[in-house]
Design a protein around this ligand. Structure first.
Ligand SMILES: [Zn+2]
Length: 283
């Protein structure tokens, strides 16, 4: 499919999509998508990433992660929802896997599934899942397995409904919690429902977090709450293309479908992008 039409379809679709988790918490899951596609990513600085603690990682993973961080980024977020090769890797077929609303029930199992398949991913976490020592330990394990941890707000709040002070609390609390648990502050921010505000954009920049929405996802739609149906649509959608950013959640059916989805993506010739290769805001 031609690039332009792919983009148009994706833009249309992404407006329909909504990250419908935690309805009981936010009560706003039915609000329509606001994806901030005007978000300007051109002001990202192309500097090396700072070295960070990766002490819990097995030697090989640690080395790989450190090398990826030191290397020049090879992909950048375009308009907040897909990834574009900066140079060199144009002929590679890559996609980015993201798991939202973690760590609720299945995040650790999903991380183990991905690890077995050698598939990288970002887990976007909510602070309200991190109250117990067990959950904190789970997040630490996911991080130490080499996965990237992103900020998805404390309570999965719909940010446009909140005051600037409330938004600040929703976002900063999670960075503090994640840093305390893993030793690293998140470098990616995904607003619930993709609904960023001027405050969240400013704050993300101040916190050196790159804003990230997604290209497509289906597991929040009732008709795809099924292993086979979800696997099929994730692999057969026209939105699957080089640089696509795949949205999934910590859910029963997604957990069940994950191995099939990743295996299917590999069979189609896609590699899972290491998130450390993505250019960040870093000033
Ligand atoms: Zn979410």
């Amino acid at each position: 499919m031609k690039k332009v039409s792919w983009i148009l379809i994706a833009v249309f679709f992404v407006f329909l999509a909504a990250c419908q988790s935690q309805q009981s918490v936010s009560g706003t899951a039915d609000k329509s998508e606001n994806n901030d596609k005007q978000e300007d990513t051109t002001d990202h600085k192309d500097k090396d990433q700072p070295s960070e603690k990766t002490s819990g990682l097995p030697k090989q993973d640690k080395k790989e992660k450190e090398e990826a961080k030191k290397a020049k980024p090879s992909y950048e977020m375009k308009d907040n929802w897909y990834l574009k090769p900066i140079n060199g890797e144009k002929n590679k077929k890559v996609i980015l896997l993201t798991i939202d609303d973690a760590p609720d029930k299945h995040a650790l199992e999903m991380a183990k599934t991905l690890k077995k398949l050698n598939a990288k991913a970002i887990f976007f976490v909510n602070g309200h899942f991190l109250g117990s020592d067990d959950k904190k330990a789970e997040l630490k394990k996911i991080h130490d397995m080499g996965f990237t941890i992103g900020n998805h707000t404390y309570s999965h709040a719909y940010l446009p409904d909140l005051s600037p002070a409330e938004q600040k609390k929703e976002i900063l609390q999670v960075n503090d919690m994640v840093e305390k648990i893993t030793g690293e502050r998140p470098q990616f921010f995904r607003a619930p429902n993709g609904a960023n505000t001027e405050v969240s954009k400013r704050l993300a920049k101040k916190e050196h977090m790159t804003l990230m929405n997604w290209s497509y996802g289906y597991d929040f739609m009732p008709e795809y709450e099924d292993r086979t149906k979800l696997t099929n649509i994730m692999l057969k959608t026209n939105l699957l293309g080089n640089g696509a950013n795949l949205l999934m959640h910590d859910r029963d059916w997604t957990n069940a479908a994950l191995k099939d989805i990743v295996t299917g993506l590999k069979e189609k010739g896609y590699a899972m992008l290491e998130p450390d290769k993505i250019k960040r805001i870093n000033e």
